[in-house]
Design a protein around this ligand. Structure first.
Ligand SMILES: CC(C)(COP(=O)(O)OP(=O)(O)OC[C@H]1O[C@@H](n2cnc3c(N)ncnc32)[C@H](O)[C@@H]1OP(=O)(O)O)[C@@H](O)C(=O)NCCC(=O)NCCS
Length: 189
């Protein structure tokens, strides 16, 4: 069972098929898809969110190979503003996108911190690995701020074409060493 998580501004709740309707409106924008894997169809078919969730994302969640959450602001909990997911494979362990009106406010940085903690502390994977187009400044910045390292550079295919790509990585040990120390208990109590 995938839990609902919270950050200071966000609710992250497990993806459901009913979310496809809002995603179909929000997601198919060039600024959102251009640096996503070329497996995302473009132009985006009118029922692709529904098909992708039903045929790929939800079955992977049921098999225990993926953990996908929808993002909503605490101030408007029923409105989907984006999505973040974790995947158990050797190539891509985390993916995310945010609707255009909500970008540039630190929201995905906030979501990533909760989700990366889930990857290491709940799922207990030893390493988090994510490929990113070098041109995708905002996404790379998130990895940089998390203390991830570039371990390889290669070419990959995106919706916008073939691009130089960095493979970013952080181990559980590296991630733990960056987390704030737990607050000390009051010794006198
Ligand atoms: C990547 C994405 C999720 C970032 O979401 P966001 O909530 O806007 O990101 P944040 O506000 O947390 O910003 C992250 C960092 O990137 C920087 N940044 C954000 N947008 C930027 C831009 N267009 N150009 C350069 N830097 C940018 C921010 O300043 C911040 O760095 P800082 O804390 O040093 O100031 C969003 O841009 C998006 O949905 N992109 C399309 C989908 C995508 O590319 N997903 C990732 C595939 S690897």
């Amino acid at each position: 069972m995938i839990p609902t998580l919270q950050t200071s501004r966000l609710i992250l709740r497990p993806l459901q098929l009913a979310d496809a309707e809002q995603v179909q409106v929000l997601f198919p924008k060039w600024e959102i898809v251009r640096y996503l894997t070329a497996q995302v169809p473009w132009p985006y078919p009118p029922d692709d969110a529904y098909q992708f969730y039903r045929n790929v994302a939800l079955p992977a969640m049921e098999r225990g190979n993926a953990w996908h959450w929808m993002l909503a602001l605490k101030t408007a909990p029923s409105r989907v503003i984006g999505s973040i997911g974790l995947m158990n494979n050797n190539e891509v362990n985390r993916g995310f996108w945010l609707g255009l009106p909500w970008q540039g406010q630190g929201l995905m940085t906030e979501a990533c911190s909760a989700i990366t903690e889930y990857w290491f502390n709940t799922l207990k994977f030893p390493v988090l690995r994510v490929p990113k187009a070098v041109a995708n400044t905002a996404s790379r910045r998130i990895s940089e701020k998390e203390g991830m390292r570039v371990v390889a550079v290669e070419q990959r295919d995106y919706v916008c074409g073939r691009l130089p790509t960095e493979i970013w990585e952080i181990t559980a040990e590296e991630w733990r060493s960056r987390q704030p120390a737990p607050r000390k208990q009051n010794q006198s109590s």
